[in-house]
Design a protein around this ligand. Structure first.
Ligand SMILES: Cc1ncc(COP(=O)(O)O)c(C=O)c1O
Length: 490
């Protein structure tokens, strides 16, 4: 261990962020990426890490295991740990940073979504990784006509600055044509804020409602983008497990009573990553709890269009008290690249969120907004939704059948949605599997980031909506075969 360690990008771990071992991992990986540890160089010993960071042996080992899983280091049984030749994870390849990022940025930890987006740009043959719709369902012909029509209009109609809350015509079309698909038919333009994807919706809600140290209730597991965004606001987390009937409402009540969280974030319908949908009983119990404890509920309905049964209506459609903020998106229904989402909320909250948005991006791009408004007004939205729901449910069934008998065990048995969350029965870290399977054209989302507390490293999320049934079968066969080769007892 060199004495100039502090100058080589390694700083004491910070409390309140991701688990300590992840913070150590992040610092070490940044130091490697910035060339402060050179390829082939020996890394500090685990004992040295223990001493420097005041952590247990297990924490030091976990940090090094993650560095190894991600391909940054090679561990040798007797000689120590060395910087590996070339890390394989996409965001690992970074330009040298000239300026030190702020402390709060360093505290964020993780580049999960960035890596996911980058991997989305690769053409893997069996891509179960990115949560994406099947682009064959994209209404190509009508969108082309709409686009041509837009290009014939005056630039001032299409390319000028526009209202922060969204084009009135799109807000109206969302209220009248789209929200009724989710059982929400009492709403007007004043209840709809157009956002740059659901991700921005979560961002605006975090900015408006959360102070550092506020407690946010999330499902376990949940959408990593929300974890990252709430964490960036300095939030702490309480996790509530999810089963086939959705969030465990009894557990939630204990947390509401004892810990007074600032807000509850959940996906009641076709949850990402488990596909769970909140049952009718639990939904009523949840709304009663929100009322009793006067706590806002953020309903992320990104995958809600594809939910059947109790999920055919959004939670917000049954909320009489204005406590549910509904987040929606066109990303899964039409195309994620359009970057259009929305928040449905009481009019006064929409006004506040609009002020926050104005500081973020002024407004969402008018061309995607006009395209979507045209599509909503001209097409049979209900038919599109029903068709996509059927197609994805069939893909889910095919994937679940293919997974029968291990060695990947679905955690729940989703009937709708786009995802299956699985446990690797042998306990192999999903990241290790990912590095091998990518060479065979099969990728998925490793599970670790789907919980703020971590410990889901031997889980993974399969997104099945973007692949045909035939590709799902072949891709999963390859994955199971590879897993059996890596861990023969599996
Ligand atoms: C549950 C959930 N919320 C939000 C998002 C972000 O969606 P958007 O593309 O609209 O930003 C996603 C994307 O995968 C998601 O799964």
């Amino acid at each position: 261990m060199q004495d100039d360690q502090e100058d080589r990008g390694v700083h004491p771990a910070q409390a309140g962020g991701p688990p300590i071992y992840v913070q150590i991992y992040e610092q070490m990986r940044t130091a490697i990426e910035q060339g402060e540890f050179r390829i082939g160089e020996r890394m500090p010993s685990e004992r040295e890490i223990q001493r420097r960071f005041h952590v247990s042996r297990m924490t030091a080992q976990s940090a090094y295991r993650k560095l190894e899983d991600m391909g940054y280091v090679l561990r040798h049984a007797t000689q120590g740990t060395f910087v590996a030749a070339r890390p394989q994870w996409p965001s690992a390849v970074r330009k040298e940073a000239r300026f030190t990022p702020s402390k709060s940025w360093r505290q964020l930890g993780g580049h999960f979504l960035e890596d996911l987006m980058e991997s989305g740009a690769h053409a893997y043959r069996f891509d179960f990784e990115v949560g994406r719709p099947d682009m064959d369902l994209f209404p190509n012909a009508s969108m082309q006509l709409l686009l041509e029509d837009l290009l014939t209009r005056k630039p001032s109609e299409v390319l000028m600055y526009s209202a922060t809350a969204g084009l009135p015509a799109l807000r109206e079309a969302i209220a009248r044509r789209l929200l009724p698909q989710r059982g929400m038919d009492r709403l007007g333009v004043e209840h709809v804020l157009v956002t740059t994807g659901a991700m921005q919706a979560i961002d605006l809600i975090a900015k408006l409602f959360l102070e550092p140290e506020d407690l946010v209730v999330v499902e376990r597991p949940t959408f990593p983008g929300a974890i990252q965004r709430f964490r960036a606001q300095g939030a702490r987390f309480a996790e509530v497990p999810v089963d086939d009937d959705g969030l465990d409402v009894e557990r939630l009540e204990h947390i509401l009573r004892d810990l007074h969280p600032r807000l509850v974030y959940l996906q009641p319908c076709a949850q990402n990553p488990t596909g769970a949908t909140l049952s009718a009983d639990r939904r009523q119990a949840l709304l009663a709890l929100a009322r009793d404890y006067n706590v806002p509920i953020v309903e992320d309905d990104a995958g809600g269009f594809f939910a059947g049964g109790a999920g055919a209506r959004s939670l917000q459609s049954e909320d009489q008290d204005g406590l549910v903020l509904h987040v929606g998106t066109f990303s899964k229904l039409i195309a994620p690249g359009l970057r259009v989402g929305y928040i449905v909320a009481p009019a006064n909250i929409v006004r506040l969120l609009t002020s926050v948005k104005q500081m973020t991006d002024l407004h969402t791009g008018p061309i995607p907004q006009l395209l979507l408004e045209g599509w909503l007004m001209a097409s049979d939205v209900g038919e599109h939704v029903a068709f996509a729901r059927r197609v994805y449910a069939e893909r889910l069934r095919a994937a679940l059948a293919e997974l029968e008998g291990g060695p990947l065990q679905p955690v729940l048995r989703p009937r709708s949605g786009m995802y299956i969350f699985c446990r690797i029965q042998s306990g192999l870290p999903a990241i290790t599997l990912q590095q091998r399977s990518a060479e065979h054209g099969v990728v998925f989302a490793p599970g670790d980031e789907f919980s703020p507390g971590g410990e889901l490293g031997d889980h993974l999320r399969l997104c099945v909506s973007g692949l045909s049934v035939a590709s799902i079968r072949v891709g999963l066969q390859r994955l199971r075969q590879l897993l059996r080769e890596i861990t023969p007892e599996a």
